[in-house]
Ligand binder design. Structure first.
Ligand code: RUQ
Ligand code: CUA
Length: 667
């Protein structure tokens, strides 16, 4: 292995950790760290509710999962950036536009980080935000319907990793690009012109206070580095944002070597209130860009996708005193701000210490111009001048830090596979517990807010190995729950997760459950193809489109017999679920549909498009066990050859063909 210019610790890390197949502590049971009363502490009796909602990213599955804590029970999967066969997300005509992008329909993405909305720095239980990494996007999920309400694409970006971190009053969610890229408007440049042409764009996505509606307010055109993670300031540092950056070497090939050259990379401090002032002064420039903005409407039960063609940008060269770099050891990953907003914790993946920066000192250094030169025109603050201190010998491979609200921080260590608790003031290590194995993110309920709820820390692990029954080469992903109410952290529970869990947040159930939606009101249904009762059910032909205005109620469809469909037709089944009762969805499936099935909530209308592939009679049925007579909830569609004279006819509980034939005879 040829690695140039990497410190011995980094070498140890690389040799012993990143490339190792089996972590050192694999095979140990973890029994010794298990709390004696663990079973009692995680037991949620049948019929009882969990104390916390854990909103967990699914990583490469592009979804969110909702887990109850402390039980670890999976309550729901919320599809966001990926089609989901369980409820037809991204398959139904209504939801397809949600997955539209400037690249066209993208049915699968990778998502990492959850951000729950806050008011005055505290959880308000309204929305969850999550990033799409590969095709850069941010989504907003309603914590009332547990559905994705909005997705906005981020132009001038590649690998939307540093996202979607949120300001204390949810004014903005940010999107920092992991890959610096040439601007979309002038993108055909040589890769070797990286240093001249590539920029690290940071987008500020505004969030409407009442509707949650997002918009790209502005983008900062910063030097070409890789933004990794971020956190907003809060309390005294509200108005600032902090972004960890790596590849300050500005390499465009073999980054594992070329981007690990420097002893220190940076954390970028952004004064976003100042950026707003520059914007108000007209310093912004509109630049050509292309991105999709997709919105789901709860009343029409349909999504629309709009393509937008320009974006507002701010060039730091014309906006002094807005950005500052702080040196941070060795490829920083996590960048976390404590509940008071006083301390910024950087976690260098290859560093031997955890640097903790002081917001007060940052302000003093800026005022006194205590700079250590500049990087691409942006002042670099002197490391020692802004440092509160370093946590010494914390562990190997620090990734992320959360806060317990008692003045302590807990940091995850991938390489040494542990959680380490340390004091924010004294920087003293207080406790460490192993994770099984190789923890990535961690979460304390309310950990990123001004008022952590504390009580637990959850480790989201990258490697499972021997912890569960084997299931072939692919093993379940896993999380671990620890009690942090005492001085020592105590392992309580292992639980499997869906997909690869990256970041997650946990929020007290009391902030969410009271707002949970039970039904959609039928009288508010504005879907263009709604049938609000069986009397409104009908079938309408428009050229070769056949629109079925269908209703479902326990336990039949209206109509359930349809004739007069012909080969070459596109048949749209618009199914309205007439139920107005909680937890009574109906499903709908038609033989040969090469799309999916749909699942329709009470009061909602959903559409399945079907192109018949052969002449004959095709069954339709309900796919959700809705009543004792669910198995009777079925019907038929007759498909005749193109050019056939069979008239369009339909009905439930009668013979549609006979009626139609009578009508034809009467004419
Ligand atoms: S990053 S470990 Cu997106 Cu740390 Cu997940
Ligand atoms: Cu409706 Cu089963």
């Amino acid at each position: 292995m040829k690695i140039i210019n990497i410190s011995s610790i980094a070498l140890a890390v690389l040799a012993g950790g990143f490339f190792a197949c089996k972590p050192d502590n694999a095979g140990k049971s973890g029994g010794s760290e298990l709390a004696g009363d663990a079973a009692q502490k995680v037991y949620v009796a049948p019929g009882k509710h969990d104390e916390f909602y854990n909103i967990v990213s699914g990583g490469f599955n592009g979804q969110l999962s909702v887990v109850g804590l402390p039980s670890g029970r999976v309550l729901r999967i919320i599809p966001v950036f990926s089609q989901f066969a369980e409820n037809g997300w991204g398959y139904s005509e209504e939801t397809k536009p949600m997955l539209n992008t400037s690249h066209g329909f993208v049915p699968w993405d990778d998502s990492h980080h959850v951000a729950l909305s806050t008011t005055n720095g505290e959880h308000d239980g309204k929305w969850a935000f999550i990033n799409g990494n590969n095709t850069p996007r941010i989504a907003r999920v309603s914590l009332s319907t547990f559905r994705t309400d909005e997705i906005i694409e981020i132009p001038n970006s590649g690998g939307n990793h540093s996202s979607p971190f949120i300001t204390a009053n949810s004014e903005y969610a940010v999107a920092g690009t992991r890959f610096s890229v040439p601007p979309d408007a002038n993108a055909d440049v040589s890769i070797n012109s990286f240093k001249q042409n590539f920029k690290g764009y940071i987008s500020f996505i505004s969030i409407d206070k009442t509707t949650g509606r997002m918009g790209i307010k502005f983008q900062l055109k910063t030097p070409g580095v890789s933004f990794d993670l971020a956190r907003a300031g809060k309390g005294k540092s509200d108005g600032w944002f902090f972004f960890s950056c790596y590849n300050t070497e500005q390499a465009n090939s073999l980054l594992e070597v070329n981007a690990s050259q420097k002893d220190k990379d940076f954390i970028l401090a952004v004064n976003w209130k100042k950026a707003e002032q520059y914007l108000a002064q007209g310093k912004g420039k509109k630049e050509a860009a292309k991105f999709a903005h997709n919105v789901y409407d709860e009343k029409t039960h349909s999504a629309t996708s709009t393509i937008i063609n320009e974006v507002m940008t701010l060039d730091p060269k014309e906006c002094p005193d807005m950005l500052y770099f702080m040196p941070c050891p060795k490829s920083p990953h996590g960048c976390d701000v404590d509940p008071t907003g006083s301390y910024i914790v950087g976690s260098g993946k290859l560093a031997a210490v955890i640097p903790v920066f002081s917001f007060d000192k940052i302000q003093q250094a800026i005022a006194a111009k205590t700079f250590d030169g500049s990087f691409d025109g942006i002042p670099v603050l002197k490391y020692e001048a802004v440092l509160h201190g370093e946590v010494k010998k914390p562990g190997l491979g620090p990734l992320h830090t959360e806060f317990d609200g008692q003045g302590n921080a807990i940091t995850s260590f991938f390489v040494s596979s542990e959680l380490v608790k340390w004091n924010l003031q004294s920087l003293e290590v207080l406790d460490r517990v192993p994770t099984y194995y190789s923890v990535g993110h961690l979460s304390i309920p309310g950990g990123p807010t001004s008022k952590p709820h504390g009580k637990y820390v959850i480790a989201y692990n990258k490697i499972t190995k021997d912890r569960y029954l084997p299931t072939g080469p692919e093993l379940t992903q896993s999380a671990q729950l620890y009690d942090i109410s005492g001085e020592k952290m105590k392992l309580l529970l292992d639980f499997p997760t869906i997909g690869e869990p990256h970041y997650a947040e946990a929020i007290p159930a009391s902030l969410v459950e009271k707002n949970s939606r039970k039904i959609f009101k039928l009288e508010e249904n504005n879907h263009p193809y709604v049938a609000k009762g069986e009397k409104e059910a009908k079938v309408v032909r428009k050229g070769n489109e056949v629109h079925v205005y269908m209703t479902s109620i326990r336990s039949h469809f209206t109509p359930d017999n349809i004739e007069g469909v012909k080969m070459g037709d596109d048949v749209y089944f618009h199914v309205t679920n007439l139920e107005q009762d909680w937890d009574v969805p109906h499903g709908f499936a038609v033989r040969g549909a090469n799309n999916a099935e749909i699942l329709i909530m009470p009061g909602e209308t959903c559409t399945l498009k079907w192109k018949p592939s052969r002449v004959g009679v095709t069954p339709i049925y309900c796919t959700d066990f809705c009543s004792a007579l669910h198995q009777e909830m079925q019907g038929y569609v007759r498909v005749s050859p193109a050019g056939s004279k069979i008239p369009l006819s339909w009905g439930t509980g009668k013979n549609p063909t006979a009626e139609a034939e009578q009508k034809v005879a009467k004419r």
